[in-house]
Ligand binder design. Structure first.
Ligand code: NAD
Ligand code: 0WE
Length: 262
């Protein structure tokens, strides 16, 4: 019996076997959770079906979080399988590609700003709101994924940093809103991992090397390491924790200055 047995979790944000959401699904399944998944586009459907099968789930639903109707439909369809659910995992982030290279003020646009905030921050609240009824009476747990670029200016991360700052504020406001209902809302700030969302980001390999050299544990982290913390935060073991951002970054965020020499 795992520490998530009897819990039902909806996982939003699987795109490949490297996805952080994939590691979260594996970790939650290992702890006995029952899982359901969404996919953004038809192209991603078969990938998501693969992880669903591995986790003994046959609930795979479409959801592009840019559309209110698709967010509503997820919970309409989910209610045909489950009478309620306990855990929402939001592992979604997006800004138009032209926003993620070059100098911040050179590349930022009103449209880029709006899309980044809509898809990367609003969608967490949108999903929570649409799923509130199905979570009623169950001591739910909601979790999102963020990055240190929310707090510290990070080259090329640009408007995504602002969107993650908004997402982290969303964690606190959602925690305040849902706390009286017995639901907890938390975030994990993950260190850089080579996923699809990192593909094509220029100098990403160099960033990983920098982290490997600088971080206290002298290595990067894996989706499964994020998954294990996600499983804990969404379990009753973390029943006193809400509104928090927990770092799973091999210690990078605690540093004040690089170690020089040798
Ligand atoms: P990923 O590409 O595997 O996952 C990103 C997911 O966002 C994909 O599944 C994609 O389908 C989904 N998505 C984007 N737009 C969407 C939309 N309109 N509707 C529905 N889904 C949409 O990459 P990942 O690295 O696993 O990213 C997951 C989360 O982790 C993101 O929030 C990302 O910002 C965050 N994060 C990633 C890293 C990293 O270095 N990879 C570090 C810290 C935080
Ligand atoms: O949050 C992210 C990446 C999010 C992301 C990635 C893409 C690539 C494809 C958002 N939108 C898009 N749009 C696309 O068209 N991370 C934390 C990973 C990441 O991205 C960076 C990083 C890190 C770390 C970009 C610049 C610098 C560092």
């Amino acid at each position: 019996m795992g520490f998530l047995s009897g819990k039902r979790a909806l996982i939003v944000g699987v795109a490949s076997p490297r996805s952080i959401a994939w590691g979260i699904a594996e970790a939650m399944h290992a702890q006995g959770a029952e899982l359901a998944f969404t996919y953004q586009t038809d192209k991603l459907r078969s990938r998501v079906e693969t992880i669903a099968e591995q986790c003994e789930s046959d609930i795979v639903l479409p959801c592009d979080v840019a559309y209110d109707e698709q967010i509503e439909q997820v919970f309409d369809k989910l209610s045909g399988h489950w009478d309620g659910y306990d855990i929402l995992v939001h592992s979604v982030g997006f800004a138009p590609r032209d926003q993620l290279a070059g100098d911040y003020l050179d590349v930022v646009t009103r449209e880029g700003f709006q899309v980044a905030h809509d898809i990367s921050s609003y969608s967490f609240a949108g999903l929570a709101k649409a799923g509130r009824e199905m979570m009623a009476g169950r001591n739910g747990a909601l979790l999102t994924l963020t990055f240190l670029g929310s707090l510290r200016a990070t080259p090329s991360y640009n408007v995504m940093g602002l969107a993650k700052a908004s997402l982290e504020a969303n964690v606190r406001y959602m925690a305040q809103s849902m706390g009286p209902l017995g639901h907890r809302v938390n975030g994990i700030s993950a260190g850089p991992i080579k996923t699809l969302a990192a593909a094509g980001i220029s100098h990403f390999r160099k960033m990983l090397e920098h982290v490997e050299n600088a971080t206290p544990l002298r290595r990067t982290i894996t989706p499964r390491e994020v998954g294990n913390v996600a499983a804990f935060l969404c379990s009753d073991l973390a029943s006193g924790v809400t509104g928090e951002i927990t770092y799973v970054d091999a210690g990078y965020n605690i540093l004040g200055m690089a170690e020089l020499g040798s």
